[in-house]
Design a protein around this ligand. Structure first.
Ligand SMILES: CC(C)(COP(=O)(O)OP(=O)(O)OC[C@H]1O[C@@H](n2cnc3c(N)ncnc32)[C@H](O)[C@@H]1OP(=O)(O)O)[C@@H](O)C(=O)NCCC(=O)NCCSC(=O)CC(=O)O
Length: 401
């Protein structure tokens, strides 16, 4: 029977097990395959590769989409040789899930490992100090899965607490970072490795009108982030973004607007034309809710913030910029990532965070300081919007209290 002393012990343990202050991003690493696909050559290449040159109208539509995509290049593991070796990938009448899953098992892990090693090197502490691992991908088909394999490859401790997130699509990175924040803040000393790794191999196939936008914008990439709460090891750890408040919202009745389904012929996906408009119509409320959850009754001027927005597509960035009346520079990091890498689904947001901090460091050198407060936004099936309020940490020596 628990007595009073036991209650006190439990309460005191609950108190001492919390971190000091909000969790923070402590390091970021990214990786892509070496194979580059140029966007202005993509339509011709893709229709030849899939043997669909006879679909002339669709091919012309693909060219128009590529021109308007805001993308210059993407990275893709899969090339011509792979398709020649696996003709079932482009034949809807043949099962191809096994072949896809075999290759993905190697490539998803390889990209994640490289991104994670970069993040750990930047963090500066040994990999064995990682207490939690969250892995997000839409390419997982097996157990034990990528989380366990990555933990082994990196030499993490056997007690590392692992979680795998599956098929969250482009919101997977945002979700993983929110979970990492919760874990870091509720477990003093926790250091959470978030790894997001995506290869389009699982989805690649012949074009149709529902998937043509996806084939024109998705690419391969992996991002890794180390998240931890205070106290920090001031000799080594350098917080990059404080993760102040986070929330997830779904837009009711929009389950069919972004969809992914595993079939014997790979992942079928669709994106409807309503996606940019639905995000535009709901984004302001998500932001207001996020700031009100922190006790701010007056929302900030959106142009006083820095922005790390998942570049789901050029039209999504345009619609957010338009509805919030953002200055063009505000989404520059997101547009840069879209231009240089395309949409790498759940991994993309880690590239955007990396780009925001790179720009901040450059601007700080030039004395054009970025705003202290910012927002991270990611979108995925649901439609789900992941919102996180971020803050630039004060330089060492200027810390409050
Ligand atoms: C595709 C675009 C680059 C096209 O640019 P514009 O809209 O400016 O140009 P546009 O209106 O002339 O459209 C060019 C052609 O594309 C067609 N088109 C546009 N959107 C389409 C869609 N979703 N499905 C099929 N076709 C589409 C138009 O009808 C038009 O055909 P025609 O020329 O024949 O008239 C843009 O609409 C865009 O960025 N859309 C958002 C893409 C998106 O949904 N991303 C979310 C990814 S999912 C994600 O990030 C989360 C996740 O995966 O989980």
């Amino acid at each position: 029977m628990p007595g009073a002393a036991t209650d006190d012990m439990v309460e005191s343990r609950r108190y001492t097990q919390h971190a000091q202050g909000p969790a923070a991003v402590l390091a970021i690493g990214t990786e892509n395959p070496t194979n580059i696909v140029l966007q202005d050559e993509f339509a011709g290449h893709y229709f030849s590769l899939t043997k669909c040159n006879h679909l002339t109208e669709l091919k012309e539509k693909m060219k128009r989409i590529c021109e308007k995509s805001g993308i210059e290049k993407r990275y893709m593991h899969m090339g011509d040789e792979f398709i020649r070796a696996h003709p079932e990938i482009i034949d809807k009448n043949l099962p191809s899930l096994d072949a896809r899953a075999d290759i993905a098992a190697t490539e998803v892990l390889k990209l994640a490992e490289s991104a994670a090693r970069k993040a750990i090197a930047e963090w500066g502490r040994p990999a064995t100090d990682i207490t939690h691992l969250i892995f997000s991908t839409y390419s997982g088909c097996r157990a034990p899965s990528y989380d366990l394999q990555l933990a082994s490859l990196l030499g993490l401790r056997p007690t590392v607490s692992r979680t795998i997130l599956s098929l969250h699509g482009c919101s997977g990175g945002g979700r993983a970072l929110q979970l990492a924040k919760e874990l870091a803040e509720n477990n003093r000393g926790a250091r959470v490795l978030v790894a997001c790794s995506e290869v389009i191999l699982m989805c690649f196939g012949c074009p149709d009108v529902t998937n043509i936008v996806g084939h024109a914008i998705f690419g391969d990439g992996a991002g890794a982030v180390i998240v931890g709460g205070g106290p920090f090891d001031d000799d080594v750890e350098r917080p990059l973004f404080e993760m102040v408040a986070a929330s997830q919202t779904m837009i009711p009745g929009t389950g069919k607007e972004i969809g992914m389904q595993i079939t014997s012929t790979g992942i079928d996906f669709q994106l409807t034309m309503k996606v940019p408009m639905l995000i535009r119509d709901n984004i302001q409320q998500c932001l207001l809710d996020a700031f009100r959850s922190m006790g701010n009754t007056d929302p900030p001027n959106w142009n006083d913030l820095f922005w790390a927005v998942h570049p789901g597509g050029r039209a999504i960035l345009d619609s957010i910029e338009g509805t919030l009346q953002l200055q063009p520079s505000k989404l520059a990091a997101s547009r840069h990532v879209l231009r240089e890498y395309g949409n790498m689904s759940g991994a993309t947001i880690t590239f955007v965070l990396d780009e925001v901090r790179r720009r901040r460091e450059k601007e700080d050198g030039e004395q054009q300081k970025q705003p202290e407060w910012g927002v991270m936004l990611a979108f995925g099936p649901g439609i789900t919007i992941e919102t996180m309020v971020l803050r630039t940490p004060k330089p060492c020596g200027l810390k409050e209290n």
